[in-house]
Design a protein around this ligand. Structure first.
Ligand SMILES: Nc1ncnc2c1ncn2[C@@H]1O[C@H](COP(=O)(O)OP(=O)(O)OP(=O)(O)O)[C@@H](O)[C@H]1O
Ligand SMILES: [Mg+2]
Length: 276
């Protein structure tokens, strides 16, 4: 599905959710090419600056990798984007016009920002396909419905997600029987069922085999363009495999940004991180 159809769907969503009318009676504006604007963000925990005057911009359809030492603020940045944590000051906009700091966590998810945490949270005692159905229903309390009860369009969406995440052959296995890597892909598939415009993925390859890492690299690359994707990862080999642009965070701010070669050769980066 093209990025612009995705946008169309987001706009359609706006008609379904009253809060969007109240909050912003307009469509997501990516006319300047960027889908995410974080500016002047600050956040302290008991006097410790976890986020320190952070500026971060993401192009629509871009796949960006964010790296940085432990405690650099990578997860906290995602917490701010998704409304889990509020900054002390600064701004966070989705497109030019949707002020994320005015929306709560569930509203942010509904307008098209999906997040994948490090630990997979699939429903282990349900089949792979049922996990995708539940994600599509958007209501985790709904009992699994029979596949036959889905509309043709819904079935197509599930088939397409299964193909994207490489689990077509495993559709009728219980999610609990999948490997760690396959569970991670299933969770990405579950996010895709909600048609996110922006996907935030925190440390996707931790604990994966090399083969699973290669497959994850392909998967994330295949999502770019249709979706905008931010990947936080410590595994430099993996980052090199997928990244066009890399942002290095250090002490809550951007230390360097550029291609992997540019940031790896940046003396500031070598000093604080890669040269360790
Ligand atoms: N809720 C909180 N209360 C207090 N301190 C916090 C809280 N959340 C994060 N921090 C602190 O903020 C800093 C940034 O943490 P964050 O988890 O964002 O780092 P990170 O870059 O994701 O690190 P890692 O690579 O280890 O995952 C850390 O020093 C952390 O201890
Ligand atoms: Mg983290």
């Amino acid at each position: 599905m093209s990025f612009f159809r995705q946008l169309g769907k987001a706009i359609h969503r706006e008609r379904q959710f009253g809060f969007m009318h109240l909050a912003q009676d307009v469509e997501l504006d990516v006319s300047h090419g960027e889908i995410l604007y974080l500016e002047g963000l600050n956040l302290s925990f008991d006097g410790f600056k976890a986020i320190d005057d952070l500026n971060f911009y993401l192009d629509a359809g871009e796949l960006r990798c964010v790296i940085g030492p432990n405690g650099a603020g990578k997860t906290t940045m995602m917490d701010i984007i998704t409304g889990k944590t509020r900054p002390d000051c600064g701004s966070a906009f989705f497109g030019l016009n949707i002020d994320l700091l005015r929306l709560c966590e569930s509203e942010i998810a509904q307008i098209g920002i999906g997040r994948k945490f490090q630990k997979p949270t699939v429903f282990e005692c349900h089949r792979v396909i049922e996990n995708l159905e539940l994600a599509m229903a958007g209501d985790k309390r709904v009992l699994p419905t029979l596949f036959a009860g889905l509309t043709g369009e819904q079935r197509d969406r599930i088939d397409s997600a299964l193909a994207t995440i490489g689990l077509t052959e495993h559709a009728y296995r219980n999610a609990g029987a999948l490997s760690h890597g396959q569970k991670q892909w299933l969770e990405i598939g579950m996010l895709l069922m909600q048609d996110p415009l922006l996907l935030l993925v925190d440390e996707p390859v931790a604990g994966m085999t090399h083969q699973e890492m290669d497959r994850t690299a392909e998967l994330l690359q295949s999502l770019a363009g249709k979706h905008s994707v931010v990947v936080v990862e410590h595994d430099m080999e993996f980052v090199r495999a997928i990244a066009k642009r890399v942002t290095v965070l250090h002490r809550g701010r951007v230390l360097a940004e550029g291609t992997m070669d540019e940031v790896q050769n940046d003396p500031k980066v070598i000093e604080v991180y890669l040269g360790e």
